[in-house]
Design a protein around this ligand. Sequence first.
Ligand SMILES: C[S@@+](CC[C@H](N)C(=O)[O-])C[C@H]1O[C@@H](n2cnc3c(N)ncnc32)[C@H](O)[C@@H]1O
Length: 261
Amino acid sequence: MNEYTRANQRGWDGLAETHFRNYHIDTLRGGTPLINDLIRGEVGPVAGKTLCHLLCHIGTDTLSWALLGARVTGIDISPESLRYARQLAAEMQIDASFIEADVMDVIDRVHEQFDIVFSSTGVLCWLPDIRRYARTVRHLLREGGIFYLFDGHPFRAVQLDDAGEYGPAGSLQGDYFRRQVWHYPTMGDYTDPDLVVAADSYEWHWTMGDIISALCEAGLRIEFLHEFPRYFYNGYTPHDVPAADAPERFPCTFSLRARAD
Ligand SMILES: C[S@@+](CC[C@H](N)C(=O)[O-])C[C@H]1O[C@@H](n2cnc3c(N)ncnc32)[C@H](O)[C@@H]1O
């Protein structure tokens, strides 16, 4: 694991407990999956299928897929997040596996193949190497299996200034093609604006070309790429709040499905 990822691991360990409080766990405990209808529809039926959730965090989406009938495995780098994921699986009596691993090491560590590989909402910015991630997805898929990704759109990069901060809503001030590791001295939280974890964090930016090319090079066939003018977290940044008057002129999120064949 590189030093950047090690720092990110500490940050995510620091956020896990707050997310366990704020992620609608009681709804999940009550048997209602937390995956939204858009994603459920785009992934398609999962009953009876094996599903690997990359960057699964505290396992809420992983266990939601289990409630929908999949046999699930979650992979994440944060031991504290996985402690909550395992606790929740035990409480809900769901037979789920959770593996603590840097996704960059998964090709060497995990040798099972799955019908579905799933990753969503806050994935690509944590990856130091998009091509290795794409090869990892292919490695985890059986022939004919599908990969589904829903994440922030790389166009967001043009909203960031040189310090990695957002300007006034709708302003375009950054560089879509800039290659740099973004360093933040603390980690904020999209579920609790008052929480600041004292851990350095490092983020990467991948253009849409980087993402699609990496998947194609890894042997995946893109079935669709959908772009949406809305974010997935209220309050992810002040400009991400999907207020009624938010301009819907820019791509904010995207989804894609790709097949291993
Ligand atoms: C934004 S969260 C994922 C959110 C998830 N969709 C959810 O809402 O539950 C990002 C997750 O990626 C994990 N992560 C970051 N870098 C990673 C890496 N290199 N390998 C594996 N997991 C990583 C973090 O520990 C964290 O749990």
